[in-house]
Design a protein around this ligand. Structure first.
Ligand code: PLP
Ligand code: ZN
Length: 409
């Protein structure tokens, strides 16, 4: 890395800057690289290390983060006449969500700056991820979650030995408290959006998709969105590849939100309605909407997106769609994906497939488009919601006649 650039006002900072947000306007920062220098490092083999802002990358990491499978979802795609649908199965990460990519880079950064305690505010997955990887690296994790977080995510974090603080409030309350506590106690704060290094971890998902597609760029990547960091990370990955000349075109990044937690989609639509040209809006004055989120998908239930501006910018600049789906369609998508592919998604992670269905209904995708849905977290993390989508097992007496009767029904 060679420094930072503010996503809102574009003020830059040198690489030795130690803060987290823009000193001029308080906006989130993006890590920058000397792409010309990186371009000259490549001969044939693509290597992630010039694109990662951490030292000692050769030191082995004790858990396998990333390198998740890209699955051709042939039957699922064919159900809509789509010939090239893929799932990026992020459930295979150590704590079973895509958050591990961000945590791995953030923890290496924490080590680089001499921090031993790392805190995070989380709807659940970032907390279980921090707890998991901190346990593997023998670091201390402090996790702030809303008290409504699903029991599996809480149980993961507790099992990994983190200090878990269940805040009597929502995610936004947990976020603000984590900020205050980190500054009070001198902890490294991994919270999404605020910490510029999480995006750098998430972007590696784009590199892998590109490599697994045989160095092809998909037409669309669909990303479930709450704070907007996963989406802006995905966009950064493709921009990195483009900036060093490895690809000549960029995918559209589609923002998928629940209708009942859609701050980023609302903002994108507002910009598009207001714009009389295709020019970018003035990012330094753009305000991302707030909502009162009520979705059942805890991972993407966010009132005030903490990386909203970066996500809005990514969708506008990539020409992606802003797709909002009802919670019922998100829930229905869980068994649809699972039964057609063998991949079990939590509600948020099933949202991209629900969005593909909506885009197909609206005739916004062509049958030959190459689509990638990011399945960002495992269904085992939220059994209660998955259960509500699948009905009950067949109840039988322990006799073969009972089985025969049950199968007839
Ligand atoms: C499973 C899952 N999908 C998607 C997201 C959305 O990521 P972001 O909040 O960065 O938009 C999250 C975030 O918690 C998540 O846990
Ligand atoms: Zn700024």
């Amino acid at each position: 890395m060679n420094g930072y650039c503010c996503i809102a006002c574009a003020t830059t900072q040198a690489a030795d800057f130690v803060g987290f947000v823009c000193p001029s306007c308080g906006g989130n920062l993006e890590v920058t690289y000397d792409y010309e220098a990186i371009r000259n490092e490549f001969v044939q083999d693509f290597d992630y290390s010039p694109f990662l802002p951490v030292s000692r990358l050769d030191a082995p990491f004790p858990l396998r983060v990333g390198r998740t499978p890209l699955i051709a979802a042939t039957r699922l795609g064919e159900s809509l006449g789509l010939g090239h649908l893929y799932l990026k199965d992020e459930t295979r990460n150590p704590s079973a969500s895509t958050k591990d990519r961000a945590t791995a880079v953030a923890l290496r950064r924490a080590r680089d700056v001499g921090a031993e305690t790392v805190a995070v505010a989380s709807t659940g997955n970032a907390g279980s991820s921090l707890a998991c990887l901190a346990a593997a690296l023998d670091m201390r994790a402090v996790v702030f979650v809303p008290e409504s977080a699903p029991v599996a995510k809480l149980t993961q974090a507790l099992s990994f030995g983190a200090t878990v603080l269940a805040v009597r409030g929502n995610y936004d309350d947990a976020f603000d408290l984590c900020l205050k506590a980190s500054s009070e106690f001198g902890w490294f704060n991994r919270s999404t959006g605020y910490n510029p290094f999480t995006r750098e971890g998430k972007k590696t998902c784009a590199y892998e998709i590109w490599e697994d597609l045989g160095r092809r760029v998909p037409d669309r990547v669909l990303v479930a969105t709450g704070d907007g960091n996963l989406l802006s990370g995905m966009w950064k990955g493709w921009r990195d590849l483009h900036a060093v000349g490895l690809i000549d075109n960029l995918p559209r990044i589609d923002c998928v939100q629940s209708e009942s937690s859609a701050a980023i989609c609302h903002t994108i639509r507002r910009i598009r309605e207001d714009a009389d040209t295709n020019a970018d809006p003035d990012w330094s004055t753009l305000v991302v909407d707030d909502v009162k989120a009520t979705t059942i998908a805890d991972s993407i239930s966010v009132d005030r997106p903490r990386d909203g501006l970066a996500a809005v910018k990514a969708v506008i600049q990539s020409g992606g769609d802003a797709v909002t789906i009802p919670d019922e369609e998100m829930l229905a998508a869980i068994p649809e994906i699972a039964s057609a592919t063998g991949v079990f998604a939590e509600p948020a992670a099933a949202a991209p497939w629900a969005a593909v269905k909506q885009l197909a209904r609206d005739q916004k995708v062509a049958p030959d488009e190459l689509l990638v849905c990011v399945v960002s977290g495992s269904g085992l993390k939220d059994i209660a919601n998955a259960r509500s989508a699948v009905g009950e097992p067949l109840s039988v007496d322990p006799s073969i006649d009972a089985v025969r009767d049950a199968l007839r029904e």
